[in-house]
Design a protein around this ligand. Structure first.
Ligand code: ZN
Length: 256
């Protein structure tokens, strides 16, 4: 199998993935994957090959401190997921090659410039919410998603001093940021803060996003925070967060 597949250009497999998804749709299986009325598609890079001896012209190369070179391949995978389902359904993947750039971030970003329009081409009418990590939380990428008709939920990791976080924190004072707080089933204090239609950053104020974060006070005294930007408007009662425990919105205090 490996000997046969080694000679096949990955692009030749693209119609195969399309055919499988069309069949899943025909049989009504995809319908069970709907979330907020759309389909959640998680996109991330993953390693598929690494060797100190075997290489090809497409290999990315990592040079170790001792001068040893390691050859590796990665790919950018798009996978249909649902928080209640153990089975994920992969779409066609995009190979990340040496030509994509010398740094990991460049590589993944350049591969996604190919993957995102191709996914739209293969599934022109499928309403998708793309889930991506913080590497994708930048204006050119969000513009690419919007121009291809995707919804998105992207990890933000908003830094202190960023316009995004400043707008959210200022909003707590002037009422444009909402906060819902309560207690988890494990008696931990937790809450959501959200602000809709705010600028992504100073340089790209025309790129408007909705921001939402989840915070939780841990027994060790630290506060866990997860934040993301999305085009889906809050309040969070309208969507079930995929990463958090069920949140006790009933009886929770508001606007702390
Ligand atoms: Zn290679």
């Amino acid at each position: 199998m490996r000997t046969v597949l080694d000679g096949v250009k990955p692009q030749r497999l693209r119609p195969v993935f399309r055919a499988i998804h069309q069949e899943l749709q025909r049989q009504g299986i995809l319908e069970g994957y709907r979330f907020l009325g759309k389909y959640l598609v998680s996109i991330d890079g993953t390693g598929i090959f690494s060797s100190g001896a075997i290489s090809c012209p497409d290999c990315c190369i990592k040079t170790h401190k001792d001068g040893r070179e390691e050859y590796y391949h990665q790919m950018l995978a798009a996978v249909l997921v649902h928080p209640d389902k153990n089975t994920v359904l992969p779409f066609f993947r995009q190979a990340i090659t040496k030509q994509d750039g010398s740094k990991k971030n460049d590589c993944e970003h350049n591969a996604s410039k190919r993957l995102i329009p191709q996914l739209r081409q293969d599934f022109p009418r499928m309403e998708m919410i793309l889930l991506q990590d913080a590497l994708s939380c930048n204006a050119p990428h969000i513009r690419l998603l919007k121009s291809n008709g995707y919804s998105f939920i992207i990890t933000a990791k908003a830094r202190s001093g960023s316009l995004l976080l400043k707008t959210v924190l200022d909003g707590l004072a002037n009422g444009s940021t909402q906060e819902l707080a309560g207690t988890t089933s494990k008696k931990l204090r937790c809450g959501y803060r959200y602000a809709n239609d705010i600028p992504l950053n100073h340089a790209n104020q025309d790129v408007r996003v909705n921001y939402i974060d989840y915070w939780e006070e841990r027994p060790d005294g630290t506060t866990f925070i997860y934040d993301c930007v999305t085009d889906i408007p809050s309040p969070p009662t309208t969507w079930r967060m995929w990463y958090a425990q069920p949140f006790p919105l009933e009886g929770g205090e508001r606007n702390l």
